[in-house]
Design a protein around this ligand. Structure first.
Ligand SMILES: Nc1nc2c(c(=O)[nH]1)N[C@H]1C(S)=C(S)[C@@H](COP(=O)(O)O)O[C@H]1N2
Ligand SMILES: [Mo]
Length: 323
């Protein structure tokens, strides 16, 4: 059966509910309930909803003065090595990812742990929009209107113990859904980590949408991390596990090339990458061509412009050596 998905602008909320009922809810409930024993409603996780608006997203003042890149731009120039190493590979290949049903395991030093359906971790009514400038380590940037919730709001419900000094994240491993995991371009799963205070910082998000729509597969559906003062590779996609850990956890690019990519990865125009300067960036808007090469140049700011919010996290630290 072919089901035509309407453009977001054509869909009204009552239709979304009935689409859920028809397309996914029963199958999802069965699978998710079997996996976790919890009743779950798939409100934003799933390919059936690609291009469908998220409802009742609270607007915030974050980035209200910025002009976001187009959805076309944000979904056409990606890094997601599970779908290939080229910027246009994820758009072409990520259709094999099945973001529904989706569960996330919460593990480690916390009072409560277990496996949870995504809609149990992030309630649709909690969603807010925040427009953040995002800076890739490859010296390009984009302004992205994320939909999500602060990561800390999710984490604190599990009552992490005093042993939880860091938070570790893992992406799905599934060679059928992520065919390029058969290639050794990176060690799998993709791993990332944050210090506990970074994870709990109110700027840090778990995002489930972009431009008011469910997260496109190539951007890390159904749930990915967003840390706007760090280089883009900290923003791990398609997360299946979050662990409270005592020691600094492994992070993929740091393992892969420790001289080039540190654990902190804070945006820092004064700390060059060994092979290129980080002082400037190409601002990709998605208008007038998607290629970073033709995008206008801007000066990169310390902590990607979020110094006022986050500099205190690193007071007294040498940010050249702790890069
Ligand atoms: N699992 C996974 N997460 C990932 C990556 C990846 O290859 N695999 N690439 C990272 C890099 S280098 C960047 S710049 C951002 C890009 O996010 P975007 O494509 O949504 O702009 O995702 C990050 N998260
Ligand atoms: Mo990146």
């Amino acid at each position: 059966m072919l089901i035509r998905i309407k453009k977001a602008s054509e869909v009204n909320p009552s239709e979304i509910t009935s689409k859920e009922a028809i397309l996914g809810r029963r199958a999802f409930m069965t699978a998710a309930a079997a996996a976790s024993g919890v009743a779950l409603l798939p409100t934003f996780a799933g390919p059936a909803f690609a291009g469908v608006r998220l409802e009742n997203v609270k607007k915030t003042s974050w980035g209200e003065a910025e002009k976001p890149a187009t959805l076309e731009g944000i979904t056409s120039h990606n890094n997601f090595y599970e779908f290939g190493t080229g910027k246009s590979d994820p758009k072409r290949n990520a259709h094999t990812l099945k973001p529904k049903p989706w569960t996330v395991e919460i593990a480690g030093h916390a009072e409560k742990t277990g496996t949870f359906g995504l809609d149990d971790l992030i309630k649709p009514h909690q969603l807010e929009e925040r427009i953040y400038r995002m800076r890739c380590v490859e010296a390009w940037s984009m302004v992205i209107p994320w939909v999500g919730i602060p990561l800390g709001d999710v984490l604190k419900r599990f009552n992490p113990s005093s042993k939880a000094k860091y938070v570790a994240f893992e992406t799905l491993v599934d060679h059928a859904q992520m065919p390029m995991q058969s290639s050794p371009s990176l060690p799998w799963p993709y791993l990332e980590g944050l210090r506990m205070d970074e994870a709990m910082h109110p700027l840090t998000l778990l995002a489930v949408g972009i431009h008011g729509e469910v997260m496109p597969n190539q951007n890390g559906a159904p749930v990915r991390l967003v840390v706007p003062w760090k280089y883009g590779f900290k923003g791990i996609k398609s997360i299946v596990k979050i662990s409270f850990v005592e020691k600094q956890p492994p992070a993929t690019w740091n393992i892969q090339a420790p001289r080039e990519y540190g654990f902190y990865s804070n945006v820092n125009p004064d700390r060059s990458h060994p092979r290129w300067s980080q002082a400037q960036e190409r601002v990709i808007t998605g208008e007038g061509g998607l290629k970073a090469l033709f995008a206008p140049r801007a000066e990169t700011k310390m902590f990607n412009g979020y110094a006022e919010e986050v500099a205190s996290l690193y007071a007294g630290m040498d940010l050249i050596n702790n890069f």
